[in-house]
Write a protein that binds this ligand. Structure first.
Ligand SMILES: Nc1ncnc2c1ncn2[C@@H]1O[C@H](COP(=O)(O)OP(=O)(O)O)[C@@H](O)[C@H]1O
Ligand SMILES: [Mg+2]
Length: 252
């Protein structure tokens, strides 16, 4: 569906050869790599020296209790928030070195984001919400709407195409928000508690749809959740506590 012309090329400007230390046999360079992230909100420390990697096509769950820094980490990795210290490299480029204009362009072309509370445009129908990122990227209106309809279908909410966010249930809006995040064929989707507003059955359905479509398209997913059943859809889990990643047993 998407055109990935430079998926697995070697990154630029890297001297050493990063070694994957997880013992899973993969030696591919990570698509996204954070090193030593530190971020405080005023005087509240949110991240203290966090390093984490996301490989192409991988689904990584970031888990941890409320206030542990999950959303802050997601925002730093997605280039929405600049960390106080540390770096984020995406596909060989350091986000902190990109001018704001290049960074927002990169976010639009390569990243899809689902915020904790959906954040659809309230004035637009579900269909137009999903068509919007395509139109911003230059796709004509009728083709954009056709594609948007297909993505609503994948997430089981085509019937809500003409509904505005206020006329949909929380779960329907969340599905539409996921469709919107995936419609442009991003290489990475950042999803902050995408099932947080849903009951457990709807949450699992949404998560299954997200995992299925991401795997099909080869999209990497950074998934923030505090729900173990949702995390179970991920390939790997990174656990945060008080702004620090706690080591996990490596599952082979
Ligand atoms: N905008 C903000 N202003 C002040 N403190 C914040 C802000 N955002 C987050 N924090 C604080 O930073 C810490 C980490 O928050 P957050 O990243 O939202 O954690 P999580 O997503 O795991 O609940 C918490 O102590 C939280 O209260
Ligand atoms: Mg959060």
């Amino acid at each position: 569906m998407s055109n990935r012309s430079k998926g697995s090329g070697p990154g630029e400007g890297r001297g050493g050869s990063p070694v994957d230390g997880t013992g899973t046999g993969s030696t591919a360079q990570p698509l996204l790599a954070a090193r030593g992230l530190v971020k405080a909100h005023g005087r509240t420390p949110a991240l203290r020296d966090v390093s984490v990697e996301l490989r192409a096509g991988e689904i990584l769950a970031v888990t941890g209790p409320s206030g542990s820094g999950k959303s802050t980490l997601l925002h730093c990795l997605a280039g929405i928030v600049r960390p106080d210290a540390g770096s984020v490299a995406y596909d060989g480029r350091r986000l902190e070195e990109l001018p704001e204009k290049r960074l927002s362009e990169l976010r639009r072309t390569d990243f899809g984001v689902v915020f904790q509370f959906g954040q659809l445009v309230p004035e637009l129908t579900a269909l137009d919400n999903v068509a919007l990122p395509l139109m911003l990227a230059g796709t004509g209106r009728s083709l954009a709407r056709e594609r948007a309809g297909e993505w609503l279908e994948r997430f089981g909410v085509r019937g809500q195409a003409k509904a505005r966010p206020g006329e949909m249930s929380g779960g329907q809006a969340q599905r539409a928000a996921l469709a919107r995040a995936l419609v442009t064929g991003p290489r990475v989707v950042f999803a902050d508690e995408p099932t947080g507003a849903l009951d457990s059955l709807a949450g699992e359905q949404v998560m299954a749809a997200l995992a299925h479509t991401a795997r099909e398209a080869g999209t990497a997913v950074l998934l923030v959740t505090h729900d173990a059943r949702v995390a179970a859809y991920a390939d790997r889990e990174a656990r945060l506590r008080d702004g620090t990643l706690t080591p996990l047993e490596v599952t082979a």
